[in-house]
Design a protein around this ligand. Structure first.
Ligand SMILES: [Zn+2]
Ligand SMILES: [Zn+2]
Length: 391
């Protein structure tokens, strides 16, 4: 029944099955390739779509890392390639400007988008694909976030973060030989985003217990198994071993697949993400740099785990969350930030975020539980003292 659990990621593409949760699950993506040397698969995928013309989207870093090679390979295979390299001053942001820049390059003959990059490039390609109905293939260059297989596009519009509905990519290609050379902070960020699944899954379970919210054990198991694989070889990730980096990429993509299965971001995003979004939105509104998504999710996971411990959720409801110490140890072992202070979150912002992050979106998490129990302010005070001291 839950055959998906025995399948390699490649075979999950295009899969449909009846699940023990009672739902009929369907994965829309046609292909998922993760591993060493899989970027060569792009030629076969393009052959299948038979486009008249391809728009290749990258930025100046990802063009050098992979885009140029892909462009060459597809030209060699006889396709007409229109290549746009988004230049970045500082970080590339998926905003009106970048989206508009790509849109003007699309003409009637464009029948496929090939996006080469990670978070921002993927978000840009996804919203354009959703609006134009032109399919897109994402060729990941960094295992930095779990958005590859997601179906929503978080964009920066009017200098605020807004999430728009998008589409699943036609195919995902994650070549670990390319990803292992990504900036190390991006690898750390991906690791942090994976770590966040611990508390995301616990929040989902908590809501299942408290509110009878729909829950899928198969989806949970899928995410947990992928996650554990990454934690078994952190040293490999630190040494940029292609296998370990491939495991991180796979867990991130699977977490996107899990969202497709549950029909929302429940298995991938809970209080740790709300905290991270709260910090990010606040920094954007003040025109300040903010940490990479996965780095703040990692710290959000520590905070969430501390609240789980403080409110004795395991004792009361049998929902197991790793101890904050264990999560800090995992973050430390890869070299990622493990406290809001080292992440660059100011004391006042931190205190405010614990109380108000639940307003980011209506979703029951440990923060909502704490609020309902009249414990949220107390948690905010305690945690602020823990990380920033009394003064
Ligand atoms: Zn299910
Ligand atoms: Zn995330």
């Amino acid at each position: 029944m839950d055959e998906i659990l025995n399948k390699p990621i490649k075979e999950m593409a295009n899969m449909e099955f009846e699940c023990s949760c009672g739902k009929h699950h369907k994965i829309e993506m046609k292909h998922i390739y993760v591993g060493q040397g899989v970027s060569s698969k792009i030629v076969d995928i393009v052959k299948e779509v038979l486009p008249k013309q391809i728009l290749l989207v990258s930025d100046n870093n990802t063009y050098d890392a992979l885009g140029r090679a892909v462009e060459g390979k597809l030209k060699e295979a006889g396709y007409i390639i229109n290549s746009i390299v988004l230049s970045r001053q500082g970080d590339l942001v998926p905003d009106e400007r970048a989206i508009g820049r790509v849109l003007v390059e699309i003409d009637d003959n464009t029948e496929l988008l090939v996006a080469v990059g990670s978070g921002s490039i993927n978000d840009i390609a996804r919203i354009i694909s959703a609006k134009t109905k032109i399919p897109y293939v994402i060729m990941g260059t960094a295992p930095s976030m779990d958005g590859y297989a997601s179906t929503v596009s978080p964009l920066i519009i009017d200098e605020t973060k807004v999430t728009y509905p998008g589409v699943a990519p036609y195919a995902i290609i994650a070549d670990s030989n390319i990803m292992k050379d990504a900036p190390f902070e991006m690898i750390c960020a991906g690791f942090g985003d994976i770590l966040g699944k611990y508390t995301a899954l616990s929040d989902w379970m908590l809501s299942h217990k408290m509110n009878d919210e729909y829950f899928c054990h198969t989806t949970e198991t899928l995410v947990r198994e992928a996650m554990n694989k990454c934690f078994e070889n952190i040293e490999g990730a630190v040494n940029r071993d292609a296998k370990a980096i491939g495991d991180i990429a796979e867990a991130l993509i699977l977490s996107g697949v899990a969202m497709t299965l549950s029909g929302n971001s429940r298995p991938a995003s809970g209080a740790e993400h709300h905290l991270s979004h709260y910090w990010e939105i606040d920094k954007i509104s003040r025109k300040l740099e903010h940490p990479l998504h996965g780095n703040s999710v990692g710290v959000g996971t520590v905070i969430s785990a501390l609240i789980y411990k403080e409110l004795k959720i395991e004792e009361k409801y049998g929902i197991k969350v790793p101890s904050p110490e264990e999560i800090i140890k995992l973050l430390d072992s890869i070299g990622a930030a493990s406290s809001p202070k080292t992440l660059g979150i100011e004391k006042e912002l931190f205190h405010r975020s614990v109380i108000h992050a639940l307003e980011i979106r209506p979703r029951y998490t440990i923060l909502q539980y704490a609020k309902n129990e009249n414990k949220l302010e107390e948690c905010a005070d305690k945690l602020t003292n823990l990380f920033y001291g009394e003064e």
